[in-house]
Design a protein around this ligand. Structure first.
Ligand code: ADP
Ligand code: ADP
Length: 227
């Protein structure tokens, strides 16, 4: 459903992605590991066109993401994203943060969007905080809200860019539990993370990047078996 074909990406003269050839399949949970600066974030940000590729081809459900004729809004509806720093709207309540996209992008009525938002909050165990403002919540709680928001347009894939790296250790577990639940439900997920436990126990596939290249791409059980 997501296919990189000979993709290169430059920032100025610096090559951040080198000849990337990889396919991500429906229902798969993939973890991307690798040192800081190896291109992990750039790779996933290309999928929903937050970054442009320089050369090659990138298809999301058959659509060429970086073709001028492609409707980027349609791609972004299909590809949800969860960031390291949550990116919630501070002046909106938890419920309003999640309702926004369904109202704007899907033209749902406020009643419909509220129902969608409440169901998603239930899923991430945050319904009791629906009227709170983000600043009143812990990092882990805010990240669970961000996951609910990422799901609000009913995407077929959810991207995570180091979702637990900015969290206090005691709140990481709750976020990982929500991610595990989504994985069990069959959500297609691509996760940049340093959480080895999650990678080993939950993911189907592990990709290791170094210097802009994919240097390993294996089933996770194999990846974590060999020395
Ligand atoms: P990772 O997620 O593995 O830490 P990134 O994809 O964030 O790596 O970055 C890969 C490389 O590209 C790094 O060397 C980084 O400094 C560089 N880079 C990322 N974004 C930009 C940018 N907007 N402009 C210039 N260089 C960038
Ligand atoms: P995060 O880990 O939350 O993605 P980063 O520090 O990697 O944050 O990047 C934050 C922003 O800075 C991104 O938009 C990225 O593209 C940009 N960036 C990262 N590295 C560089 C760089 N070397 N030069 C210019 N911009 C960069």
């Amino acid at each position: 459903m997501i296919e990189f074909k000979n993709v290169n990406k430059y920032y100025g003269n610096f090559q951040a992605l080198k000849n990337i050839n990889v396919t991500f399949n429906q229902g798969e949970v993939t973890v991307i590991l690798g040192p800081s600066g190896s291109g992990k974030s750039t790779l996933i940000r290309c999928i929903n066109a937050l970054e442009e590729i320089t050369e090659g081809e990138l298809l999301v459900q058959g659509k060429n993401v970086h073709d001028k004729k492609t409707d980027i809004t349609a791609i972004r509806k299909n590809v949800g994203m969860v960031f390291q720093h949550f990116n919630l709207y501070p002046h909106k309540t938890v419920l309003e943060n999640i309702m926004l996209a369904p109202v704007k992008a899907l033209k749902q009525s406020p009643e419909q969007a509220r129902k969608t938002a409440e169901e998603l909050l239930e899923k991430v165990n945050m319904l009791d905080k629906k009227d709170a403002y983000p600043a009143k919540l812990s990092g882990g709680q805010q990240q669970r809200i961000a996951i609910a928001r990422g799901l609000a347009l009913n995407p077929s894939v959810l991207l995570f860019d180091e979702p637990t790296s900015a969290l206090d250790p005691e709140t990481i577990g709750d976020v990982l539990d929500v991610m595990k639940k989504l994985a069990k439900e069959g959500m297609t997920m691509i996760v940049v993370t340093h959480e080895m436990g999650f990678a080993r126990e939950v993911s189907d596939r592990t990709i290791f990047m170094a210097d802009g290249e994919i240097v390993e791409d294996r089933p996770s059980e194999e990846f974590f078996e060999d020395p």
